[in-house]
Design a protein around this ligand. Structure first.
Ligand SMILES: NC(=O)c1ccc[n+]([C@@H]2O[C@H](COP(=O)([O-])OP(=O)(O)OC[C@H]3O[C@@H](n4cnc5c(N)ncnc54)[C@H](O)[C@@H]3O)[C@@H](O)[C@H]2O)c1
Length: 125
């Protein structure tokens, strides 16, 4: 079986897409013939500056929300073909507020996987 993913005409979500790594994934996707890139980021650390020119391109939609909120997450992921999950709190943030760290890094990841399962999204990176 060919493991390559066809990008043409597909829609992808980048969770944490305004962060250091996520914003580069957004750029890379927009350089491909994808239909749309949806960025979901709560801007806890990420910035619009990280998105730079990408934020002004036509095939991008930026949703300012947390993956800790299952409803908005599900709405945002509806109709996407694949998800890149790059949102997390840093080690220092985890030590400062362990409950918040758990709710983002553990429950948030669970929310993403659960939403993808329920929406039939077969690709999660
Ligand atoms: N930067 C590195 O050198 C490096 C190396 C190896 C692995 N990683 C991993 O890659 C991932 C991304 O790292 P990064 O350096 O881009 O971090 P980053 O902090 O720059 O990006 C994370 C993004 O997630 C967002 N975010 C945080 N909580 C959120 C929430 N609840 N809902 C939605 N968005 C939320 C932040 O606002 C930020 O934009 C992390 O899992 C990190 O451990 C990073």
């Amino acid at each position: 079986m060919d493991a390559a993913v066809e990008l043409k005409g597909k829609r992808f979500a980048v969770i944490g897409g305004a962060g250091l790594v996520g914003s580069h994934v957004v750029d890379a996707l927009l350089n491909e013939p994808v239909e749309e890139v949806v960025v979901l980021d709560d801007f806890a650390r990420g910035t619009r500056e990280n998105l730079g020119e990408a934020a002004r391109r036509e095939r991008i939609r930026v949703v300012s929300a947390s993956m800790a909120e299952p409803e908005v997450l599900r709405e945002t992921l509806e109709g996407v073909d694949g998800v890149f999950l790059l949102a997390s709190l840093w080690l220092t943030e985890r030590l400062e507020d362990q409950r918040r760290a758990w709710s983002v890094n553990v429950l948030g990841t669970w929310n993403v996987i659960e939403a993808c399962r329920d929406l039939g999204i077969r690709r999660v990176v």
